[in-house]
Design a protein around this ligand. Structure first.
Ligand SMILES: *[C@@H]1O[C@H](CO)[C@@H](O)[C@H](O)[C@H]1NC(C)=O
Ligand SMILES: *[C@@H]1O[C@H](CO)[C@@H](O)[C@H](O)[C@H]1NC(C)=O
Ligand SMILES: *[C@@H]1O[C@H](CO)[C@@H](O)[C@H](O)[C@H]1NC(C)=O
Ligand SMILES: *[C@@H]1O[C@H](CO)[C@@H](O)[C@H](O)[C@H]1NC(C)=O
Ligand SMILES: *[C@@H]1O[C@H](CO)[C@@H](O)[C@H](O)[C@H]1NC(C)=O
Length: 599
């Protein structure tokens, strides 16, 4: 007995130990009492979960209650707007007749009533970078005695009207609308278009993950319903560090998505410093926007409806902010309706919160009214840099100086530095200083003049050693900069732009590029690489289809544009006004010169 008694005890002790180990590893209670407790806890959790997911009556489907299906089927992110350059046509080929441009066009709309220093910088930088001739919306329509609010209504009405389908505007065309007074273009249109599409693709992937698909019944009887992504981004506005004033409690300020930049991108005071200059850009700014004509038309139509009920100067800004906010409220309501309570809970535990803040939001929503416009903002200033509260967020960088680029992020206290390199899309662009092979020999206007057309040697100068305005916080080189902040900075910033020292020569090159061999070759290739088929360079269209020259609009601004003492634009050689031709060689403006050209 004495020998046997320790054994069972030992056995039991060992068994208990094993049980404990087993419990530690498997976390499962084994005694009947703990079992009972566990089951009741589970039952309670299940009950709670059912309560959360089935609370109240079934909620309405917000996607159909507020029509959210997008009316225009073509997705802007897949449109063939930018086509690769081609150079496989011989110099003596002739131009075919009846050219058609099948792919979408790009239009640049600039609402402005008259020329000014600011407006001419906007126009000159767009032209230097090879954008299609800007369209001046409301030019020469300066009615005296009109109030600011009437002017706003007129501007938005004209924008909307110009976006209606016509022989020059197709629903699928891409349209960039920029403020006239304070925009500097920095990069050419191919980057604008490809970045826009890239950003949409990235964001729409995320939106699809978050919101999933919606079922759309087909019109043909018996056909299975179509699945379409429930929500998508189709239009991109500039992002601002400040929300439109006086709307602090509006969804446009509260419910819109958080920035995609890291929460500490401006250090530990990010988003909490009182004056806002350390905020991550998050709110809509209407100074620059890009999207398909049909999508923008829908947006301006709704903005106009809101503005007409209200009379104030920047009512469009307010209306667009509110529209963005309401769009996000509906998306959030629909998300909460369809989300799985368990998933929501699990995500909450993991600290991933997809929810938009609609706490304490009171907005009147009309059933049957559209609140979905596919609006998004460019958080990282890949496209549009908004200067307000961001004057300290930029530096003009030459990317070939590695010493300089590597100390820069330190200077800007960027957390988690990564090497600042010239973005690949810029590195792949043609040299910005290269003259056409034919510039000197062809008798195209403006005629070649070694002084006026002097550009740096392209063998030595390129995008790599040109000063590019960069936002080191987001490592972005923006396509354009919207200088809506301190007006005193405009002169200084203009002189820092890469093209400034060569402004006149680059603008002359642009005007020349509409004629001669290069232009003919483009036409021959179907004109697909032209941004639109109306042609004509060196001038501007009005929204009433009139052609005005750059000197009509900007005469007297030369000192502020070029600062080169070479006199008035287009009169440098004492030239008479130059005729302007469209893509088909038809005279659009000015007098036909004596016949002598052979190209
Ligand atoms: C075009 O030029 C090429 C050589 O550059 C020549 O072989 C060809 O015959 C020319 N064609 C015409 C129609 O002149
Ligand atoms: C949500 O919005 C309300 C009302 O504007 C605000 O008081 C609250 O702090 C916000 N919550 C979060 C988490 O941002
Ligand atoms: C590169 O940048 C550094 C620091 O700003 C400067 O001292 C140096 O002169 C620059 N080098 C060149 C080649 O520009
Ligand atoms: C300039 O353009 C011509 C074609 O027009 C090309 O052959 C040449 O390589 C270009 N030069 C540079 C430096 O890019
Ligand atoms: C070139 O332009 C300069 C500056 O306007 C002018 O002085 C010069 O006469 C022009 N040269 C020719 C050959 O036209």
């Amino acid at each position: 007995m004495a020998s046997s008694s320790p054994l069972p005890q030992f056995k039991e002790a060992k068994a208990t130990a094993t049980t404990m180990m087993w419990q530690v590893y498997h976390q499962r209670p084994r005694t009947p009492r703990s079992k009972a407790i566990a089951y009741s806890v589970l039952a309670f959790l299940f009950f709670l979960f059912m309560l959360i997911s089935l609370s109240g009556q079934p909620e309405p489907d917000f996607w159909t209650k507020f029509p959210s299906q997008h009316p225009f089927p073509e997705s802007p992110e897949y449109a063939q707007v930018a086509l690769p350059r081609r150079t496989d046509v011989a110099a003596n080929d002739t131009l075919p007749h009846g050219l058609e441009k099948p792919n979408p066009n790009l239009h640049v709309l600039v609402p402005m009533q008259q020329g000014s220093r600011g407006a001419c910088r906007t126009l000159a930088s767009a032209m230097i970078l090879g954008y299609p001739p800007p369209i001046l919306v409301g030019y020469g329509k300066n009615t005296p005695g009109v109030t600011e609010s009437e002017r706003t209504v007129d501007r938005i009405t004209r924008l909307r009207d110009y976006l209606k389908p016509s022989h020059i505007m197709k629903d699928h065309d891409l349209v960039l609308v920029v403020d006239a007074e304070d925009v500097f273009f920095q990069l050419p249109p191919e980057i604008l278009v490809t970045r826009f599409q890239e950003i949409l693709r990235t964001n729409n992937k995320k939106l699809l993950q978050k919101h999933g698909f919606a079922k759309v019944e087909q019109t043909t009887a018996g056909a299975p319903p179509n699945l379409v992504p429930k929500y998508s981004q189709r239009v991109l506005f500039g992002a601002s560090k400040l929300c439109y004033g006086a709307l602090e409690a509006d969804p446009g300020c509260v419910s819109v998505p958080e920035s995609s930049l890291p929460p500490d991108v401006y250090g530990w005071k990010t988003d909490i410093y009182p004056d806002g200059h350390l905020n991550r850009p998050r709110w809509l700014n209407p100074g620059a926007v890009i999207g398909q004509a049909a999508d923008l038309r829908l947006i301006y139509t709704e903005a106009l409806r809101i503005i007409e009920q209200r009379h104030q100067k920047d009512a469009d800004y307010q209306a667009l902010t509110q529209m963005y906010g309401r769009q996000e409220v509906i998306r959030e309501l629909e998300r909460r309706r369809t989300t799985n309570g368990l998933k929501e809970w699990a995500q909450g535990m993991l600290g991933i919160n997809e929810a938009s803040n609609i706490t304490g939001i009171h907005v009147r929503l009309e059933t049957g009214h559209r609140y979905e416009y596919g609006i998004g903002v460019d958080f990282e200033s890949q496209m549009f840099f908004t200067q307000m509260m961001s004057r300290n967020d930029v530096e003009w960088i030459k990317y070939n100086n590695i010493t300089k680029t590597s100390i820069l992020q330190g200077q800007f206290a960027v957390p988690r530095e990564h090497r600042l390199l010239l973005p690949d899309d810029i590195a792949a662009l043609p040299n910005p200083y290269n003259q056409s092979r034919f510039a000197k020999s062809q008798s195209t206007h403006p005629e070649w003049n070694a002084t006026l057309d002097k550009l740096p040697n392209p063998e030595e100068h390129s995008w790599h050693n040109s000063p590019l305005m960069t936002n080191p916080h987001s490592a972005a080189v923006p396509v354009l900069s919207h200088l809506n902040g301190d007006q005193k900075l405009r002169n200084a910033w203009w002189e820092k732009m890469w093209f400034f020292p060569w402004g006149r020569a680059l603008l002359r090159r642009y005007v020349r590029s509409s004629r001669g061999f290069d232009a003919a070759q483009s036409s021959l290739l179907g004109g697909q690489e032209w941004w639109n088929m109306r042609g004509g360079r060196g001038g501007l269209w009005t929204d009433e289809q009139n052609w005005v020259t750059f000197s009509d609009v900007c005469e007297g601004q030369e000192r502020d544009l070029f600062d080169d003492d070479l006199g008035p634009w287009a009169k440098e050689n004492g030239d008479p006004d130059e005729p302007v031709y469209n893509r088909f060689g038809n005279l659009m403006y000015g007098k036909e010169p004596p016949k002598e050209e052979g190209s």
